[in-house]
Design a protein around this ligand. Structure first.
Ligand SMILES: [Zn+2]
Length: 286
């Protein structure tokens, strides 16, 4: 009887419309920010542009050609559910700017975040950030972990997790977690409009913009995946639905490409982003 009850409960959870834990960024409801969301732009354009900005030290630590491969791979993950959405690199105006550099003054993020600039979304990795792991977790040796380029992108097998890769290679979870590709996969989810679904959800989203059910593990929760989980895919679908419906009601103007050069890396600061910062943080939840 007990097994039957558990089975019934499992089926109930599986078919419940509230079983998913996706959440959308509350800023999507602000038209001036929502129109910069990559999911919104994908409704109007089949080709979007990214720009890679690195200072000299970042280029030394994170080889640009490898970063381009990682960026394209992570963008492909999030773009595949959009149908034929493609990306090209730009050295000028762009839809997504990916920056590497020293920690900006006043930045309290855990080394990476997604923000809104005047005419594009920004994913930032603070190349000098150090995660000081002291929790003594199984399979995750204590120590200091710096950002590193992701090793062996070409050898990634389908549906691989951070945990599984760490075990394969005999390294700590944190060693794989604090790599550029893992960060891209998670941060690009924010650029497509999704919120973290861990304990930060309440500050990033709102009850109207997320499932009230349990929060399953996902890219946007523990960032333990090199693929999109069903929960991430549902979040993307909900972001698309929200933005499409909002467009039909408010008839937002299409985004016109800016001729202004994006801000130089040196000009990037928390103050410049101000209250428009999406405030997501890469949170090492292990
Ligand atoms: Zn996040």
């Amino acid at each position: 009887m007990k097994k039957l009850a558990l089975l019934q409960l499992a089926v109930l959870v599986a078919v419940s419309p509230h079983a998913r834990g996706w959440g959308l960024k509350k800023e999507l409801l602000n038209p001036s920010i929502g129109r910069l969301c990559l999911t919104y732009k994908a409704l109007h354009s089949r080709v979007l542009r990214f720009r890679l900005v690195q200072d000299q030290e970042s280029r030394r630590l994170f080889p640009p050609e490898q970063m381009r491969a990682e960026i394209n791979s992570a963008l492909a993950l999030w773009s595949a559910p959009m149908g034929s959405l493609r990306w090209r690199e730009s050295t000028g105006a762009c839809d997504l700017r990916i920056e590497f550099g020293p920690t900006p003054a006043g930045d309290t993020s855990n080394g990476a975040f997604t923000a809104v600039d005047k005419d594009c979304l920004v994913v930032r990795i603070n190349r000098d950030y150090v995660w000081r792991e002291r929790r003594g977790l199984p399979g995750n040796a204590n120590g200091d972990y710096r950002w590193e380029p992701f090793p062996g992108l070409a050898q990634l097998t389908p549906n691989l997790t951070v945990d599984a890769l760490a075990q394969q290679r005999g390294v700590a979870h944190s060693r794989v977690f604090w790599t550029s590709y893992r960060a891209f996969v998670h941060e690009f989810g924010h650029a497509f409009g999704l919120a973290d679904t861990n304990e930060l959800l309440t500050s990033q989203s709102s009850p109207d913009l997320c499932s009230p059910g349990p929060q399953p593990d996902s890219v946007m929760k523990t960032s333990n995946y090199f693929y999109l989980t069903p929960d991430d895919l549902e979040g993307l679908r909900q972001a698309r639905k929200l933005l499409r419906e909002r467009i039909s009601v408010t008839r937002l103007p299409l985004v016109t490409p800016s001729r202004r050069e994006p801000e130089a890396l040196e000009a990037f600061s928390s103050a410049e982003i101000g209250s428009e910062e999406w405030a997501p943080r890469v949170t090492n939840t292990r």
